[in-house]
Design a protein around this ligand. Structure first.
Ligand code: IPE
Ligand code: IPE
Ligand code: MG
Ligand code: MG
Ligand code: MG
Length: 318
């Protein structure tokens, strides 16, 4: 399969739908929402939802509102993550952070609005039977809250500047980042009415991909890659795999997580190829730490990254 094309088509689908949920308007709040939500972004979480839905035969149209809701929640988490009281970042998605442009008060409200609208969008997704819709809403609510992303962010703040044991780093990653990626996959499966055994496999896949994703994010940051977007995580002495295991150790961990994600999909057929491709692509990003590499997700830029992307598409699936 052509991974880049697959991803680009879904990015476009998600971007159009997101813009439709927040049409341009003259209020400053709406402008601030659109500034962050429509600023690019790899859209990995919504794509995972669409790809997981496809595995169980559900059309993208059905899963799209849930995919968009996840991206709204993710974007809210980024806007708040960048605030001076949190990571105090000046750059996000290649442009000045929301609070740098609109001020801290409005940036906080952008997050609040995106979180609320996410639940509105899911509640109103009338094409999905009510029982499945509720299951998906419960899934993302748990993943976004104290047990998941918000709890992980709190642990991340508390760990700042301290030496952190690997088990603790792993827990922080599982919650602050892994929870939403796991939920992304599970929501797609729930909307499509996945049988329990498939749901279990997809859940395991989502957990490993989620951990790999944050490890790679920190590798890119630690290596000073352009893809890291100028973040200050390193300067803040965050709890990360590279800080605990070194860059090579972190890379090996990311590869192990990818392999575990792929193993979980082994009994599934070609309908799971997009999920396989995404797992491989996530880890391939860690190769893009040379000065020439961009921040892209869909199109690997370095020869090493292109080679592993090619190898991935040849991977047997059974
Ligand atoms: C960045 O997420 C924050 C993490 C959880 C690592 P992404 O790397 O998905 O950021 P965007 O959405 O593509 O900008
Ligand atoms: C962000 O983790 C996790 C969130 C829940 C937003 P990071 O702080 O590592 O993400 P970046 O590096 O700012 O994108
Ligand atoms: Mg952070
Ligand atoms: Mg940050
Ligand atoms: Mg980071």
């Amino acid at each position: 399969m052509d991974v880049a094309r697959y991803l680009a088509a879904r990015v476009q689908l998600v971007n159009r739908a997101l813009a439709g949920h927040f049409p341009a308007s003259r209020t400053r709040l709406r402008q601030a929402i659109r500034y962050s939500l429509l600023a690019g972004g790899k859209r990995i979480r919504p794509i995972l939802t669409l790809a997981a839905a496809e595995v169980v035969g559900a059309p993208a149209r059905l899963a799209l509102p849930f995919a968009c809701a996840l991206e709204m929640i993710h974007t809210y988490s980024l806007v708040h993550d960048d605030l001076p009281a949190m990571d105090d970042d000046d750059l996000r998605r290649g442009r000045p952070t929301n609070h740098r442009v609109y001020g801290e008060g409005l940036a906080i409200l952008v997050g609040d609005a995106l979180l609320s609208e996410a639940f509105h969008v899911m509640a109103c997704a009338g094409a999905v039977p009510a029982r499945r819709r509720l299951a998906a809403v419960a899934e993302v609510a748990a993943a976004a809250g104290e047990e998941g992303m918000v709890g992980g962010q709190a642990l991340d703040l508390a760990a700042e500047g301290h030496r952190t044991r690997l088990a603790r780093v792993q827990e922080i990653h599982r919650r602050k980042t892994g929870a939403l990626l796991r939920a992304a996959v599970r929501m797609g499966a729930l909307i499509g009415g996945a049988p329990p055994s498939t749901l279990r496999r997809l859940t395991t896949y989502g957990e490993h991909v989620g951990l790999a994703f944050q490890i790679v994010d920190d590798i890119l940051d630690a290596a000073g890659a352009p893809a890291a977007d100028g973040h200050t995580d390193r300067a803040l002495a965050k709890a990360t795999y590279p800080a605990t295991l070194g860059l090579e150790g972190a890379r090996r961990s990311a590869v192990r997580e990818r392999d575990a994600a792929l193993a979980a999909l082994r009994p599934l057929g070609p309908e799971a190829n997009p999920l396989r491709a995404i797992a491989t692509q996530i880890v391939t990003r860690a190769d893009e730490t040379s000065a020439s590499a961009g921040r892209g997700f869909a199109a690997p830029r370095t020869p090493r990254a292109r080679a592993s992307a090619r190898a991935m598409t040849r991977e047997p699936h059974a």
